[in-house]
Design a protein around this ligand. Structure first.
Ligand code: GLU
Length: 434
């Protein structure tokens, strides 16, 4: 089953529980618009290479299309369609005035020089410029994209659009229009119109939801956690959980991971520092734990696959999609799977976990903190205001807790799992606008 088919299975499962106007389900089963590009990248050696780029504008019933841009070798049309679809559901779950979109380029940016990366991002923006904008479609960071890339995109977009501003509009007017033009992307650096708190937002939002969940379930503390993925989402989530008394006993990145068999948990500040210095986690075991014996060091290394099967309280997939599949779902021993990645669990695995009584907190709620603070950034740009970190985090907490409560109530009332409950909530909101 393709990733997009898996996403549609989730939609169809929820659609059975809610009366939809005729034709709406069919409409939501495909994107409104697909943009497919061949982007010429001028390499440092002067050669031109064509890169495949995509932007899927899935649905804008609730507002401008909204969702990230991913630079990854695995990016293809099927994946981008699924990710854009999930953005539609996610934005509706957390009640943002946005529809769903997603984009990306099939590339491993680690093979590019900084200059090449900048040229590629700017070229991509020139192609997309007629179809993006604060009131139309608002990209943001995703895997392997960051504030620096968003700054280049905003800058290039403003250049293109400024060239189109009517002659004679000068001075303040143009300046304020330019300020609003920055709302074309979120996740920018603070000095270029980004919001306080955006970088940690996905992890912090996840933490707010997890706290609520643990209270509801009456889970005994300290809680043990394993996290797959140590990029922006995984490492920030690890840090926040660590600071709040959770025991992070295993973490991994693409190159492998580390596991503390004693279950006391790593000092995540040290692990983050070690990863920064080394560039990967596998050698960081002795830094973050109590070990200084070679044997323990060897014991402490764990593969990405084995990490998923550890006996812990909470498993947090925070990397890419399709990691919990029908092949390993029976081996998962965690009490809760908390999806910080988009689409980490296939539809078949979902069913298996459900049957086994493993509670799953779905991506469309768990990781919606990132796009929520993107919304705050967009709002600040559109109204030319600046929010304090305290205000951003308070508003984020409110949004996440409200969404959690609503999803929980629906799951109790309809006797459905949390994923289906989240989809029901999203569909109700979309129906109300159509
Ligand atoms: N890429 C993030 C996500 O998957 C954030 C999207 C955004 O901020 O628009 O939710």
């Amino acid at each position: 089953m393709s990733i997009f088919d898996s996403a549609l299975t989730q939609l169809n499962n929820a659609a059975r529980h809610i009366k939809l106007p005729e034709g709406l389900l069919e409409k939501l089963q495909q994107p409104e618009r697909i943009i497919q590009l061949n982007i010429p990248l001028k390499k440092d050696n002067g050669k031109i290479e064509l890169m495949k780029g995509y932007r899927v504008q899935y649905n804008n019933d609730l507002g401008p299309y909204k969702g990230g841009l991913r630079f990854h070798p695995q990016v293809d049309m099927d994946e981008v369609k699924a990710l854009a679809f999930w953005m539609m559901i996610k934005n509706a779950v957390v009640d943002l005035p946005f529809g769903g979109g997603k984009g990306g380029i099939e590339i491993d940016p680690k093979n590019l020089s900084v200059k090449e990366l900048e040229r590629l991002s700017r070229e991509f923006t020139k192609f997309l410029a007629p179809n993006i904008g604060g009131g139309m479609d608002v990209p943001a960071p995703d895997i392997n994209t960051n504030a620096k890339i968003m700054d280049w995109i905003a800058d290039e977009y403003i250049k293109v659009q400024s060239a189109n501003l009517p002659v004679g509009k000068a001075g303040c007017k143009v300046k304020s229009e330019k300020t609003q033009l920055r709302a074309v992307v979120t996740g920018k650096s603070i000095k270029n119109g980004g919001s306080e708190g955006r970088e940690q937002a996905t992890g912090l939002g996840g933490y707010f939801v997890l706290e609520r969940l643990i209270k509801k379930l009456g889970l005994k503390r300290p809680v043990t956690v394993a996290i797959q993925g140590f990029g922006n989402v995984g490492s920030n989530m690890a840090k926040i959980l660590y600071e709040n008394g959770y025991r992070i006993v295993a973490v991994s990145d693409v190159k492998g991971g580390i596991y503390d068999r004693n279950n006391t948990g790593f000092n995540i500040d040290l692990v983050r520092k070690c990863k920064e210095e080394k560039g990967f986690l596998a050698g960081c075991y002795c830094i973050g734990s109590v070990c200084d014996l070679a044997k323990k060091y060897e014991d402490g290394v764990i593969s990405n696959q084995d990490l998923l099967e550890l006996k812990i309280d909470i498993l947090i997939p925070a990397a890419i999609e399709n990691v919990i599949t029908k092949d390993n779902a029976r081996k998962i021993k965690a009490k809760i799977v908390f999806e910080m990645a988009n689409g980490p669990t296939t539809a078949e695995a979902d069913q298996i976990l459900n049957k086994r009584g493993i509670l799953l907190m779905p991506d469309v709620l768990a990781n919606s903190g990132g796009v929520t603070v993107s919304y705050f950034e967009w709002l600040q740009n559109m109204t030319n205001k600046k929010w304090s970190l305290k205000k951003v985090n308070n508003q984020l907490k409110k949004k996440m807790e409200t969404a959690f409560t609503k999803v929980w109530q629906i799951s109790q009332k309809e006797k459905v799992n949390l994923r289906t409950a989240a989809y029901i909530l999203a569909l109700e909101r979309i129906v109300a606008k159509t």
